[in-house]
Design a binder for this molecule. Sequence first.
Ligand code: PMP
Length: 406
Amino acid sequence: MPAVDWARVRADFPVLEREVHGKPLVYLDSANTGQKPVAVIEAVDDFYRRHNANVSRAVHALGTEATEAYEGARGKLARFLNVHADELVLCSGTTFAINLVAYSWALPRLKAGDAIVVTRMEHHANIVPWQLVAQRTGATLKVAELDANGDLDLDGLRALMTPEVKLLALAHVSNVLGTVNPVREICREARKRGIATVVDGSQAAPHRPLDIAAIGCDFYAITGHKMSGPTGTGALWARREHLEAMPPFIGGGEMIKEVRFDGTVFNDPPHKFEAGTPNIAGFVGLGAAVDYLSTLGMEAIETREQALLAHATEAMSAVEGLHIFGRPREKAAVVSFLVEGAHAHDLATLLDLEGVAIRSGHHCAHPLMQHFGVPATCRASFAYYNTHEEIDAFVAAIHKVRRLLA
Ligand code: PMP
């Protein structure tokens, strides 16, 4: 493989040429949402300019083109994830995908006495739906804890996998600590015990080669806007037998074969779960994003981001009073931190004035904040389009802000 010219890649992202507060933008918030290359922006633009029509309805030329573009995006995404296209439900993102499993798979199955296991590092999107299911079914929620490095306590997790557990929901990669969980091993253990697994891949799909078939989970959720694609796009992959057995979650047009007042025949999966007009242009953009990522190569992206992470970790560790949360065995390019004497929001606000965009807050992970005994952290998250110079600018800005706050 020829080496990727990362300077040229960066030039594909118009927003990165911006200035904020009179300083060049240093965008370190890709775990929140990723920036979009011009190929994605143009694909969405081209769809609206030349092809716009609804899908799966009209026989006219534009209707056919729109349907082909939408289904083409499903195919591209399926190949990217190494799954079959007819096992991929397109939806608005991970939040919808997990709720689909909660309402269509878990709610009809679980009952009082059953248990659901989640981990301490989950995003609220992989906690709250299970709490709602637990409340409505009488099932209980059990929590897999972390060790001091921010890795899952695997012995503890194994001990939680008792016969009443029907479902295990866990992140592939933590959005706060960057911890990469050994999902393959965990899903294998769960499967041996008859426990279904839901993997939240929001922070994995944008950053590493993915082979969902090899993971051996039951459900895998992704969100397109973190993968250089448009907002409001995402997908749930589920084993075919689940999709066939699950009742629809949302009813309406597109998801039916025949509607009669004495009963409706639903469409085949995945369409059974895609009621209403989908985000067609968004998925066309996501298809372009997947093409873009595939051309760069996910291995190259992972290597690039690991180099940025190593640089950032070293430079940040040299800042006096800066504490990094979590030192997991395997880590994605996300660094959560606090600087002594500075509130997370103050630090992020002052960094913004230097042109540096990071996130501060609880990162939709209250239970993880409770674990660390802090209300909030700062989080710098890196993507392949970031540069080593930006990391230097970011760390220089932290030094400057520290002096201001001293
Ligand atoms: N899970 C994780 C780990 C996330 O990082 C996010 C996004 N912050 C979500 C779920 C929710 O994704 P979305 O809001 O796109 O549905």
